[in-house]
Unconditional design. Structure first.
Length: 240
């Protein structure tokens, strides 16, 4: 009895049946749906990280006495970094275990999954969805510390050169500011770098870098809008 005959007899003896094709099709479909799902959630996490960077103005606060990496870990809500990593890993694992996953190398899988999440996350961020998502977490999840809270902590350190609040009374080179804790400051902004998005007028909410010159006075070097890189151009700089 040849090997093929023995195999057939063994299959008959164990009552083995061929696996239906639809099971393989369903398995591959579920794997790719898992990849798409994970890539989308990774994109949402990345979009919130982008939103954090925009709101906290890393190009300014990187000058603090910490490394950029320490700042990111300290200021970006850690849940979004963890979420991004977890869903990227699951997405990569899903492709690897698909029918044609053997064709991809590990570096190419990492690059593809990461690139897709970054692309989709950037589009979601541009559309304004990241801000909505972050705000939803901040208002509905009690243990979640939102961007505004972290931002307020960063920009309420006048002794380290970071001050924010609302302008109460503006003059040609000095304005009165009420900070986020309710304290009043006299701020000199002569020669300061004021981005076009800022109007030095009563009621304007701003954040500044500069030097604390006494208990309630501050010399501003750079002034930006509280809301991040928003643009409300008014025909040039507001240097008075």
């Amino acid at each position: 009895m040849d090997n093929s005959t023995k195999l057939i007899e063994k299959i008959k003896g164990q009552h083995m049946k061929p696996i239906p094709r639809w099971r393989f099709t369903t398995r591959d479909t579920l794997i790719w749906l898992s990849f798409i799902f994970c890539a989308l959630f990774g994109a949402l996490a990345f979009s919130v990280i982008l939103f954090t960077v925009q709101q906290l103005d890393f190009d300014i606060i990187r000058h603090m006495s910490h490394s950029s990496f320490e700042l990111i870990l300290g200021l970006v809500p850690f849940i979004w970094i963890i979420t991004l990593v977890i869903f990227l890993v699951i997405a990569i694992f899903s492709i690897k275990n698909s029918k044609k996953g053997y064709r991809f190398t590990s570096p190419s899988l990492v690059g593809f999954a990461t690139g897709l999440s970054i692309l989709l996350g950037t589009l979601f961020f541009i559309s304004g969805g990241a801000g909505w998502l972050e705000n939803a977490f901040a208002t509905k999840v009690s243990i979640y510390e939102g961007i505004e809270e972290r931002k307020a902590q960063v920009w309420s350190m006048p002794q380290d050169g970071f001050l924010s609040g609302t302008i109460i009374s503006a003059g040609d080179s000095i304005f009165e500011l009420k900070d986020l804790k309710g304290k009043s400051w006299m701020v000199s902004f002569k020669g300061a770098d004021i981005v076009p998005a800022v109007n030095v007028t009563d009621g304007e909410k701003i954040k500044m870098t500069g030097t604390m010159t006494s208990d309630n006075t501050f010399k501003a070097d750079m002034i930006r809008p509280w809301g991040g890189f928003q643009r409300r151009y008014h025909g040039g700089r507001n240097n008075h």
